[in-house]
Design a protein around this ligand. Structure first.
Ligand code: 13P
Length: 334
């Protein structure tokens, strides 16, 4: 298969009806924090056990079409001794890999961030392909204040995200492009909508400049929500605002929009996804999930670092994934 055919095939597998994506690609500091919230120590072995538990959950391939991993996991094995990417394929789940190297201060800005990781990216991707990864993820983050994000931050981040996507596609890997507008702060819904629109508009200009094939990307945006410090409007209001921004910015050529959960509770994230799929009006893309916390929090709570809880943890994962699968079709009832 040629490069474009390969990406089309990966997109088809990731977007099959009822499926979404699990983001299990937390970097060392992030997974350490997530696990410690449930009293679990992050070691090479607990990370292996946990991520293998996710990938080998019986029946999970019905709801999860792809899992994004962190580099370490691609070389780890399940309890049965199978490499984790192969265990995913055995359930018809596409293995993916987070390839950015995190955010650093954007020099010359007022404390804003830019994501790094472009150096040697092509060579790194060649190695990930050998390990079985077929798609990639890169996350930008944008902080909202009354003055920020600046034009400088919007453009610098759009440029690196587009360059990453072009490099991934040159290897036949589907890029997930993630411009995350953070929920931290006291801003209102309208401010989040305006910043999300600006971030996406700037991103799509850059994707075009770098000749990224829009048919072979997945967009992973935040939902439009007010800052954490504000009361949450009705689920339908946030869904409508999110859709309004997406319709203005995301070309119909993009096959799938897989939202991040961004610190919402599991129930909120599922309800918002469901409301968007139920809403009236044009929706030319698949709208599904690429949640990390909203899928994994209940799993980590059920596991609690105790090996005997493995089955209960897998049940919790299956349950939450099934509800999000329903929401992806607009068929979830709380
Ligand atoms: P959350 O769903 O927890 O926001 O994580 C998604 C993700 O992968 C962030 O990069």
């Amino acid at each position: 298969m040629d490069r474009i055919g390969q990406m089309q095939h990966t997109i088809e597998r990731l977007t099959r009806p009822g499926r979404g994506i699990l983001a299990a690609d937390e970097s060392y500091p992030t997974i350490t924090k997530r696990l410690s919230d449930f009293g679990i120590e992050s070691t090479e072995e607990t990370r292996r056990f946990y991520r293998s538990l996710l990938a080998t959950t019986p029946g999970i391939g019905e709801y999860v079409g792809g899992i994004i991993f962190f580099e370490e996991t691609l070389g780890q094995r399940t309890d049965e001794g199978q490499l984790i990417p192969a265990a995913c394929e055995a359930q018809d789940i596409v293995p993916g890999i987070k390839v950015d190297k995190g955010a650093v201060e954007l020099a010359g800005s007022d404390g804003e961030k830019v994501t790094q990781g472009l150096d040697n990216l092509g060579d790194r991707l060649d190695g990930y392909v050998e390990q079985g990864a077929l798609f990639t993820k890169w996350r930008n983050l944008y902080q909202i204040t009354p003055e920020l994000p600046s034009r400088q931050a919007l453009e610098a981040n759009a440029e690196v995200l587009a360059r990453y996507a072009a490099i991934a596609q040159s290897r036949g890997m589907v890029p997930i492009v993630e411009p995350e507008v953070l929920m931290d702060g006291d801003h209102d819904l309208a401010r989040c909508a305006a910043v999300t629109e600006a971030a996406q508009a700037t991103l799509f200009e850059a994707l075009r400049r770098h000749r990224v094939l829009l048919e072979a990307i997945i967009l992973k945006p935040n939902m439009v929500l007010p800052g954490k410090g504000q009361p949450r409007p009705a689920v339908e209001t946030c869904a409508e605002e999110t859709l309004r921004v997406l319709r203005r910015t995301v070309p119909a050529a993009v096959p799938s929009i897989n939202f991040l959960s961004g610190g919402q509770t599991s129930e909120e994230a599922t309800a918002h996804l469901n409301a968007m799929n139920q809403a009236e009006g044009p929706k030319p893309w698949v709208m599904s999930f690429s949640f990390s916390r909203a899928l994994q929090n209940p799993v980590q709570a059920a596991w609690a670092g105790i090996a005997q809880n493995k089955e209960a943890a897998q049940q919790a994962f299956l349950h939450r994934a099934r509800l999000n699968s329903l929401a992806r079709e607009g068929r979830y009832t709380a």
